[in-house]
Design a protein around this ligand. Structure first.
Ligand SMILES: N[C@@H](CCC(=O)N[C@@H](CS)C(=O)NCC(=O)O)C(=O)O
Length: 226
């Protein structure tokens, strides 16, 4: 089944990682995959554009079905392979509601992270101001406190939407892992630290860990004072 799937991806890209975790969770190992280089602009190659006219990764195809948006691909895989591998949507309506809530808040979380770690990439030289970057850092701090509080409320060893691993974890964990890669201090965010430590041992996450992170474990310490 997985042989008729193709994933074009980039190492360390949280959106790509979401799809890779979902594929592992649904026991879909063995899909065709190609690791592309952002540095070499391979995400703008014809091979990608044929699947994804935005020239972005992930680009994902299953038979004739193309579903490139990472959240959409995760929902698709869960629904198409519902009874295969791990169920990623909880049965209880309350947990489901929390899962959807955290998933979509996760997009804001990811944006706030990028606004700090990718400031130089997003803001052209000449338009960059220390005060703007400081504001982005403050906004990220507020966001981090929110997530710290969510985890605190759920108690130890919990996942983002309750006791079981769900699509909320599939989609938000890559953001949390990126925070720690950029030096987030777990003394200041102990619940996020606990969550990170718990999930990084999960087989689907270990199997899909970004290869260049394994070669070079620390990115920068951009977030060490946040
Ligand atoms: N909303 C998309 C975002 C995908 C995305 O932004 N991918 C980045 C890599 S993390 C990319 O391909 N950037 C290159 C570009 O936008 O040109 C998703 O969740 O799949």
């Amino acid at each position: 089944m997985a042989q008729d799937m193709t994933l074009l991806w980039g190492s360390g890209s949280p959106p790509c990682w979401r799809v890779m975790i979902a594929l592992e969770e649904k026991n879909l190992q063995g899909y065709n995959q190609k690791l592309l280089s952002f540095e070499k602009m391979e995400h703008k190659s014809q091979e990608v554009l044929d699947i994804n006219p935005r020239g972005q990764l992930p680009s994902f195809k299953h038979g004739n079905v193309i579903v490139n948006e990472s959240y959409a691909a995760c929902f698709y895989l869960e629904s198409r392979f519902k009874s295969q591998g791990n169920a990623l949507i909880p049965n209880s309506p309350a947990e489901q509601a929390l899962m959807y809530q955290r998933m979509f808040e996760g997009l804001t979380f990811y944006d706030k992270l990028n606004a700090v770690t990718h400031y130089d990439l997003f803001v052209p030289e000449g338009e960059r101001h220390d005060s703007a970057l400081a504001r982005n850092r403050e906004t990220l701090t507020t966001e981090l406190k929110l997530w710290e509080g969510y985890l605190q409320k759920l108690g130890s060893n919990s996942h983002l939407a309750g006791p079981s691993f769900s699509l909320a974890d599939v989609t938000v964990f890559p953001t949390v892992a990126t925070l720690f890669r950029f030096g987030l201090p777990d003394e200041r965010y102990p619940k996020l630290g606990e969550y990170y430590a718990l999930l990084k041992e999960r087989p689907s996450i270990k199997a899909s860990w970004p290869p260049h992170w394994l070669e070079n474990p620390m990115e920068q310490d951009t977030l060490k004072d946040i």
